[in-house]
Design a protein around this ligand. Structure first.
Ligand code: AMP
Ligand code: GLY
Length: 433
């Protein structure tokens, strides 16, 4: 069949690489298209120019090219209802409806659902104006967790160390500083109890009824070594996350993922696609921090490095509501680790156009995913975004995977780029005993 992949980052490069190996694309004439894609994705897919905000044009493209499956990488088109439009036009799609994507798009929606279904998460209140927000602070202790509602590209969360900082941040939130015009983030704020523990990510595929565990990962959100400095989309990740041992994975599935999928179906908005749970591993067991309605970036890259099952088949089974008849996803027992090489300036304004030279051939067990690259005038590779490359490697454990990943990093010439040198530090300390 023909498949259309939407997105342009390292996550989508990893998905394209894995989809290209699918039996769904094995027949001569089967095509993988990517919109808009990037120079790395171009190795596996035909890049096409499509405006994903114009749902009609995506539907027309699917009809013209007889697309059998659309895979949506990022959250924005999902929250915007692209999957609904495609399904209504009879196109199979991997990714949730707009109603179901509220699990990522609206923090208030998700907190209310957790409260109704008894899902472990931080205590909270939803507030709609500054006066109520300031009064609500009395019910919480420092540090204060404040979240502007709606998609805010990770920028809507403030952890304030004391009351004065919390009041100032709330002032900003209701002043519109965090307002995202597309989603209206900032019109409402969620104040949460602070949870203590280690964070880890848990992934599940679902067709709305049946659930399949789909691996674990841990990432590094801060830009600086030792997890310091401003937050980013993620500077590196590894999978599996050994802290999510079998017991905690079982708890996460039973107490968090399964009741969520049930509650969404009961509410008439079945969730279909990948459900990515950000978890806090507290003394009382895993608690939900947040949901994402898509794969994590760069968590997807390390999951795909380990995935042995046919990604296309699994995605199609979700899209066709027959996941219960699929075998459980198989992953290599190896660890995969990815190091993000970013452009100077990130997570502020990144320097664009910096030259990149990659080795002709990747070493065994190494994959370099393109996250923010473009072709320069001479066809040379240049930086074109904040996060530019995801240098990924597999090894017997985090220590071995990390060594291989940094060897690959050191073989790359990218003078205007930088990376953290300590990806995996927590786990490496544990491996060293
Ligand atoms: P979110 O966008 O909801 O994932 O929040 C961003 C980050 O803020 C998370 O990855 C956590 O590090 C932190 N965070 C969010 N909510 C809480 C909470 N209730 N307690 C402690 N940390 C939190
Ligand atoms: N790496 C975090 C995310 O994709 O949301």
């Amino acid at each position: 069949m023909n498949i259309l992949l939407l997105g342009s980052g390292g996550r989508e490069h990893a998905l394209a690489w894995k989809l290209a190996q699918s039996r769904l694309l094995a027949k001569p004439g089967d095509r993988l298209y990517a919109a808009p894609g990037n120079p790395g994705i171009a190795d596996h897919a035909e890049l096409v120019n499509l405006d994903v905000t114009n749902h009609g044009s995506v539907v027309r493209f699917c009809a013209d090219r007889r697309i059998g499956l659309v895979v949506v990488g990022p959250e924005a088109p999902l929250v915007d209802g692209l999957a609904d439009t495609l399904r209504a036009a009879g196109v199979r799609v991997f990714g949730p409806s707009a109603a179901a994507a509220q699990l990522e798009g609206s923090k208030g929606f998700t907190k209310d659902l957790c409260a109704r279904a008894g899902i472990p998460t931080a205590g909270y209140v939803r507030v709609k104006n500054l006066q109520d927000a300031l009064a609500a602070l009395d019910g919480f202790a420092a540090p204060y967790v404040l979240k502007a509602d709606g998609l805010a590209a990770g920028k809507g969360v403030v952890i304030a160390e004391d009351r004065a900082d919390a009041e100032a941040a709330l002032g900003d939130m209701f002043d519109g500083k965090f307002v995202d015009s597309a989603s209206g983030a900032g019109a409402e704020v969620v104040i949460e109890e602070f949870m203590k523990g280690e964070e880890a990510s848990f992934f599940a595929l679902t067709d709305g009824a049946s659930i399949m565990a789909f691996g674990t990962a841990q990432d590094h959100k801060r830009v600086g070594e030792g997890d310091t400095g401003p937050n980013t989309g993620g500077m590196g990740a590894y999978s599996p996350a050994p802290v999510l041992d079998a017991m905690r994975r079982g708890e996460a599935l039973e107490r968090i993922i399964a009741p969520t999928v049930r509650a969404m179906a009961d509410a008439g908005m079945p969730y279909s696609g990948v459900l990515y749970a950000g978890l806090m591993l507290t003394d009382e067991g895993p608690k939900l921090i947040e949901y994402n309605c898509r794969f994590g970036d760069p968590e997807c890259q390390v999951l795909m490095m380990r995935l042995q099952s046919d990604l296309g088949e699994l995605m199609l089974a979700c899209a066709e509501n027959r996941l219960s008849r699929s075998e459980a996803a198989r992953f290599s027992a190896d660890t995969a680790l990815t190091v993000v090489m970013a452009a100077e300036g990130y997570p502020g304004t990144p320097q664009k156009g910096g030259t990149i030279h990659l080795a002709e051939k990747e070493a065994e067990g190494v994959k370099i995913f393109h996250a923010g690259t473009a072709r320069g005038a001479e066809g040379d590779l240049v930086a074109n975004g904040g996060r530019v490359l995801n240098v990924s490697a597999r090894g017997a454990n985090v220590t071995a995977a990390r060594q291989k990943a940094y060897e690959a990093v050191d073989a790359i010439q990218f003078p205007s780029g930088f990376c953290r040198r300590d990806i995996g530090w927590r786990e490496i300390a544990r491996e060293a005993g």
